[in-house]
Design a protein around this ligand. Structure first.
Ligand code: FES
Length: 182
């Protein structure tokens, strides 16, 4: 084979290699461009795990074991790309062990808002024996001041609760409610 022919063959081989590398590189780049935006969505639940926000709602000394106090607070919620302020309500009391108990105002029957039966003077307006502090306007469920449902109520379980942290005498609530462990 003449030298000229050999050189031409070498040249065409290196051109073929160049094209192979170029196409492979472009393919890899395009695959990375398609897949990389999906990675944050795939790992989002992992990055959010344990990342509950807490909101300050008052001093521990603001609450006692006599009657629950109503506390309203705002949290930022992100729904897809939309971020908005959501108002949440908690009823806070100290339980029989003196620990802060922060109850949701959502009835555990079908989700209506419950009301605390306290008048402007702080007196309970609840039924005769004063036992049932919370009333639900929808189907009449009743709960005592610690959120425990009356046996006759359509609601079959106590009011849900917020996670509570007390740091340096300040009460902080987690932003989502949990079913109560009784
Ligand atoms: Fe409260 Fe039905 S939603 S009693």
């Amino acid at each position: 084979m003449s030298d000229e022919k050999k050189n031409a063959e070498k040249e065409s081989l290196s051109r073929r290699q160049f094209l192979t590398y170029a196409l492979g590189g472009t393919g890899a780049f395009m695959a990375a461009a398609i897949v990389s935006p999906m990675i944050p969505f795939a790992i989002d639940p992992l990055t959010r795990a344990g990342g509950t926000d807490y909101v300050e709602v008052g001093k521990e000394s603001d609450f006692d074991d006599k009657l629950p106090k109503k506390v309203e607070f705002k949290v930022k919620k992100k729904d897809g790309w939309v971020e908005s302020d959501v108002q949440l309500t908690a009823w806070i009391i100290k339980d029989q062990q003196g620990k802060i108990l922060a109850m949701s105002n959502i009835c555990t029957h079908l989700g209506c808002g419950i009301n605390g039966t306290v008048d402007a003077n702080g007196k309970s307006e609840s039924p005769k024996d004063g036992k049932w502090f919370f009333l639900c306007p929808c189907h009449g469920s009743k709960f005592d001041k610690f959120g425990v449902n009356s046996p006759e109520s359509p609601a079959r379980r106590p009011l849900d609760v917020y996670d509570v942290k007390v740091e340096n005498g300040i009460v902080k609530l987690g932003t989502s409610i949990q079913q109560r462990k009784v």
